[in-house]
Write a new protein. Sequence first.
Length: 346
Amino acid sequence: MTAVLPADRALPHEVEAMRRALDLAARGPVRGPNPRVGCVLLDPGSGRVLAEGHHRGAGSLHAEADALRDLGRPAAGLTAVVTLEPCAHTGRTGPCTEALVSAGVTRVVVGAPDPNPVAAGGADVLAAAGVEVVAGVAAADSRELNERWDTAVGRGRPWVTWKWAATLDGRSAAADGSSRWITSPEARADVHRLRAEHDAVLVGTGTALADDPALSVRSHGRVVGPQPLRVVLGRRPVPAGARLRAPGADFLQIASHDPVEALQVLQDREIRSVLLEGGPQVAAAFWRAGLVDEVVAYLAPALLGAGPQAVGDLGIGAMDDIARLRTRSVSRIGDDVRLVARPTLT
Ligand code: AOF
Ligand code: ZN
């Protein structure tokens, strides 16, 4: 069996084709159970791109099969450039390794390895079938494109983003409990964009009952695009008339306060990313369990001086235990500041 070759064995036109394949991959949906993958088929002699494909979401053709369909004829002697290791399993569709081999592809240039244990191993399968395989080309770019998915299938639990909005002094409501609105309309619109990027939005029963949030993705007040699953954690019943149970809304109540259990239920439903929207106790429980991957804080240049804190007790008593995060980005949205940060890995 020929060994899988390292990335530096890729030819310049193949590296260029990988950039194109990454662009194609980016056309796929950010959410959903599957990764974003792109593929181009090249004439190895001229380096010309003969066909292109990408994955459009669970159940549709994988990128490799889409490119073979685009070619519309046998691919004898051609090179395939794919952003993710071709799958070696039969899932919603057949194995791409088999599709490539039977189409006659003789060289495959792979981006990132597949972190999904059920589908991985395609590079070795291809090499064993006598195909020349080069792996790891622009792997970091491919992984970044599927960061949430990658984390989810690699770790066996959904990616978790914790979002909150607060005044400069960290309050999420005034002393009398009123909370509308702390941040600007622009920041609130940005939250809808954030929801649209996640498979599920999660709150505790406390928030569901007190605030009656819709948790939908809206633009100019209208519900638009695919909606996240609306998840409520806790045992207290959520009335049928609650806004997050609007007709047609995908709603799930998990009768538990255990974040690990909740994420397992969501993982079983192929949820890859979850947006935590409150309340402070629920989010703090995720944090204490080490289950937060990213924090998105909207901070309004406003002061309340009293009232509930946006963040609950994290179990930190001493300066030595302070939770430090790494800043990913800081941006101004309307009059507010959006800070994106990640927990530092210990
Ligand atoms: C994709 N698109 O282009 C490639 C994938 O949902 P299934 O059963 O069709 O299989 C999804 C798995 O196949 C996915 O998790 C990944 O490991 C592998 N490759 N998936 O959705 C693609 N190449
Ligand atoms: Zn596949």
